[in-house]
Ligand binder design. Structure first.
Ligand code: GDP
Length: 297
C-alpha cells in the first residue's frame, strides 16, 4: 500500500552517488520524501516538521560512505533519530510495583481497550513475574464493564474484587486497597470508568480515585489508530490526572505507528506497552526499533 521509504530515497539519490558529502540541497530533497512518509504513517504535521529539522541538521555535510548509497545513509540517520525520540528511559515496560500491594491506576476513554489491557497486564504480571494481582472495576455507570472484567479475570485466573451494587468509585478503590493488603496481593489494578470524550466528571472521578489510591503507576490506555486524537487525549489526561506511562492499543491494525512518535514528541511520556490484538496474550513491551521500522516502511 505504501511505497517503501528506502526505495523512494534511492530514486532521489541515484544521481548523487559520486559526490563526497551530503549537500544541503540533497538532504532537503530527501527530507521532503521523509516528511511525506511520516505523514503517511500518521505522524502529526508539527511533529513531522520538527523531526525533519533535526534530521536535516544531523545529515547535512555528513560524508557519504562508500559501502552504502546516500539514500540508505539518510534512511539510517532518520532511523536513528526516530529511535532517539521513541525510546524512553530505563527498561522497556518496567513498572514500579515493589512495596506490595502496589496500586496501578488504569485510565483512558471508553473503547480504547482499557479493560482488556488491564486484564492483559494482570496476566502478564502473574505469568512472567509471578505476581499476585487483584483487579477492580470502578465503572459504576456501566455494569457490563464491571462484569467484563470479572469474566476476563476468571478466564486468566486473576482475582477480581467482588462487585457491590451502589458503591461509588472511591469506595471501591478503598475496598480494593484493603482487600489487596489483607489478601497478600502484590499489585492491585484499578480500572477506572471511561467515557467517549474527556469531561469534567470523568476527570474529577479519576482524580478522586488517584487521591485515595496513591498509585505507583497511572497508565493511560489509548487507541494507537487514532493518531493526533491519541496525543490530545494523552496531553489532557496528563495535565489533569498525571500519567506515568502510556499503552498504545490496536497496534496490530493497519496503522503505521506514527501516533507513537507524536505521543513521545508531544507528551514526553514513556510508551510502556503496545496492544497487538484481542487475545489476553496480545500485549508486548514497547520496542522503539520495531516502531521505527514500521514508520519507515
Ligand atoms: P474499554 O472500553 O476501554 O475498556 O475497551 P475494551 O477493553 O472493552 O476494548 C474494546 C474493544 O477493543 C474490545 O473488543 C477489545 O477486544 C478490543 N481491543 C482492545 N485492545 C486491542 C488491541 O490491542 N488490538 C485489537 N485489535 N483490539 C483490541
Amino acid at each position: 500500500m505504501f511505497e517503501n521509504l528506502s526505495e523512494r530515497l534511492s530514486g532521489v539519490f541515484d544521481r548523487l552517488t559520486k559526490q563526497g558529502a551530503l549537500s544541503e540541497e540533497d538532504v532537503a530533497t530527501a527530507l521532503r520524501e521523509v516528511r511525506v512518509a511520516l505523514l503517511e504513517a500518521d505522524v502529526s504535521l508539527p511533529v513531522a516538521r520538527d523531526f525533519v529539522k533535526v534530521v536535516q541538521e544531523k545529515a547535512t555535510g555528513q560524508a557519504v560512505t562508500k559501502s552504502i548509497t546516500p539514500g540508505q545513509q539518510v534512511v539510517k540517520i532518520v532511523h536513528d533519530a526516530l529511535i532517539d525520540v521513541l525510546k524512553g528511559e530505563g527498561e522497556p515496560g518496567a513498572l514500579k510495583i515493589d512495596n506490595p500491594p502496589a496500586p496501578i491506576l488504569m485510565v483512558g476513554l471508553q473503547g480504547s481497550g482499557k479493560t482488556t489491557t488491564t486484564a492483559k497486564l494482570a496476566k502478564r504480571l502473574k505469568d512472567r513475574d509471578g505476581k499476585r494481582v487483584l483487579m477492580a472495576s470502578l465503572d459504576v455507570n456501566r455494569p457490563a464493564a464491571m462484569e467484563q472484567l470479572a469474566i476476563l479475570g476468571a478466564q486468566i485466573g486473576v482475582d477480581t474484587l467482588p462487585i457491590v451494587k451502589g458503591e461509588d468509585p472511591v469506595a471501591i478503590a478503598k475496598r480494593a486497597k484493603t482487600q489487596a493488603g489483607l489478601g497478600g496481593y502484590d499489585v492491585y489494578m484499578l480500572d477506572t470508568a471511561g467515557r467517549l470524550h474527556i469531561d469534567a466528571e470523568l476527570i474529577a472521578q479519576a482524580a478522586a480515585v488517584r487521591d485515595v489510591a496513591n498509585p505507583r503507576e497511572t497508565l493511560l490506555v489509548v487507541d494507537g489508530l487514532t493518531g493526533q486524537d491519541a496525543v490530545n487525549v494523552a496531553t489532557e489526561f496528563d495535565d489533569k490526572i498525571g500519567v506515568s506511562g502510556v499503552v498504545l492499543t490496536r497496534m496490530d491494525g493497519d496503522g503505521r505507528g506514527g501516533a507513537a512518535l507524536s505521543m513521545r514528541a508531544v507528551t514526553g511520556k514513556p510508551i510502556k506497552y503496545v496492544g497487538l490484538g484481542e487475545k489476553m496474550d496480545a500485549i508486548e513491551t514497547f520496542e522503539p526499533e520495531r516502531i521505527a521500522g514500521r514508520i519507515l516502511g
